[in-house]
Design a protein around this ligand. Structure first.
Ligand code: CUA
Length: 151
């Protein structure tokens, strides 16, 4: 008789354990730290917004900039955004860890395959800003740069 009680207790403990694991895995997927969303790195080019990288105006005061990082460059056509508006950067990688760093700004993002890194930034001054990778990513690391024009 005691065996049955222990068995029931064991099953109950297992159920509790599995649901705790399940819940934490679930919440980890959906509310990851740092505002990151997950993405299948093999399907980046067919997943919005990276299926159409570059600048998209979301409303009067908000623009989205989607950029794909890969060895050895950034896939983003002509980047031109207005000063004084909120720019939401969304960056991901198809291969290894890169960075998306805009010179002379506070935009310095770590770009990780499988994740979408999001950062909101407002440029104060018009001009041309250099985008570069400051995370060593292989032999073509020094070739990774791009430009964003703020008007
Ligand atoms: Cu990409 Cu260094």
């Amino acid at each position: 008789k005691y065996e049955k009680i222990w068995l029931a207790f064991g099953v109950a403990a297992l159920v509790v354990f599995l649901s705790v694991v399940g819940v934490s895995a679930f919440s980890h997927d959906h509310t990851p730290a740092g505002g990151m969303e997950t993405i299948d790195p093999k399907k980046v080019n067919e997943t919005a917004p990276f299926d159409n990288p570059g600048v998209t105006q979301l409303d009067d005061d908000t623009y989205q900039v989607a950029v794909v990082s890969m060895a050895f460059g950034y896939n983003a056509p002509e980047l031109k955004v207005p000063a004084g508006k909120e720019i939401i950067f969304k960056v991901t990688s198809t291969d290894v860890v890169h960075s998306f760093t805009i010179d002379n700004t506070k935009v310095n993002l770590m770009v990780v395959p499988g994740q979408i890194t999001t950062k909101s930034y407002t440029f104060e001054k018009p001009g041309k800003y250099l985008i570069l990778c400051n995370e060593y990513c292989g032999t073509g690391h020094h070739l990774m740069y791009n430009e964003i024009e703020v008007y």
